[in-house]
Design a protein around this ligand. Structure first.
Ligand code: ATP
Ligand code: MG
Length: 256
């Protein structure tokens, strides 16, 4: 049975997509069977896995509207060694089209149940909002991975996300928990970042992952080649950190 994780933070540009595709590639590298679900109409995780969002015939949109199954809509990202349930602009309409649908927040959960035996990990890249799309992700997940930059407002921004997760836990999904906070784009030479990192540790204890992802330009360059950094330049510091993080995740799920 696959463990399902949302990569979520309602703040934009904090490294959700970079984390999703590189964790997917890192897990695949160590022999895990992975499905990467793009739940963001921007389609960045789709493109960043080498799948052209303009050319996909079936996407997560069709799955949410129940006009296709996951098995029909998934695409193999050949160079990355994982499966992709892609997204494009069309997905932005799903929110409105699902308005009158009963249990609309559980659509993805139902769809993923059919393929759960085929994977070890399902990773869901969430959009930068706490929308119906993100809610669909949270409803089916065993846990949430929260990428964050160690900046001044980092802790403040977490409050809304933590409250949403608590509400979903109470009302819709008793399995849901924060698996961990992942420090990304980390630069140890910046004193403020070290201070915020220490605060995070003090506040959240072992909910903070041991692995830190450094700021690394190779991770930022990789998407323009349609590859996760882990595959684009496996020797880079950023790639190595994500492979270490993948191993940390494999250890974490043994305790779940
Ligand atoms: P959005 O909220 O728009 O979906 P996001 O949270 O998914 O954004 P990303 O797209 O992953 O964030 O990252 C934002 C930008 O930061 C991108 O240009 C990405 O290449 C860059 N980036 C992410 N992580 C790193 C890193 N560790 N080092 C350097 N650049 C990074
Ligand atoms: Mg993103």
């Amino acid at each position: 049975m696959a463990k399902i994780f949302c990569i979520a933070n309602q703040k934009g540009g904090v490294g959700k997509t970079t984390t999703t595709v590189n964790l997917a590639a890192g897990l695949a590298k160590i022999g895990q069977r992975v499905l990467m679900v793009d739940l963001d109409p921007q389609g960045n995780a789709t493109m960043g896995s080498g799948v052209d969002k303009r050319e996909i015939k079936l996407s997560i949109y069709d799955v949410l509207l129940e006009s296709a199954s996951v098995a029909e809509a998934r695409i193999r990202a050949e160079k990355c060694d994982y499966d992709v349930l892609g997204a494009n602009r069309e997905l932005a309409g799903a929110e409105v089209e699902l308005v009158d649908v009963e249990r609309r927040e559980a659509r993805l959960k139902l769809a993923l149940a059919a393929v759960a035996d085929e994977y070890d990990f399902v990773l869901i890249d969430c959009p930068p909002s706490l929308s119906m799309l993100t809610l669909n992700g949270l409803c089916c997940a065993n846990g949430v991975i929260v990428p964050m930059q160690c900046e001044y407002f980092a802790l403040e921004g977490l409050t809304d996300l933590v409250n949403t997760i608590k509400q979903v836990h109470a009302n819709l999904n008793r399995d849901l928990q924060i698996i961990g906070l992942l420090r990304v784009m980390f630069d140890p030479r910046i004193t403020l970042q070290v201070q915020v990192s220490d605060q995070l540790k003090a506040h959240f204890g072992d909910k903070v992952f041991d692995t830190m992802i450094p700021r690394n330009v190779r991770l930022a360059e990789a998407p323009s080649y349609g590859l996760p950094g882990v595959i684009f330049d496996k020797a880079s510091k950023g790639a190595q950190a994500y492979v270490t993080f993948a191993a940390e995740m494999v250890e974490r799920i043994k305790k779940m």
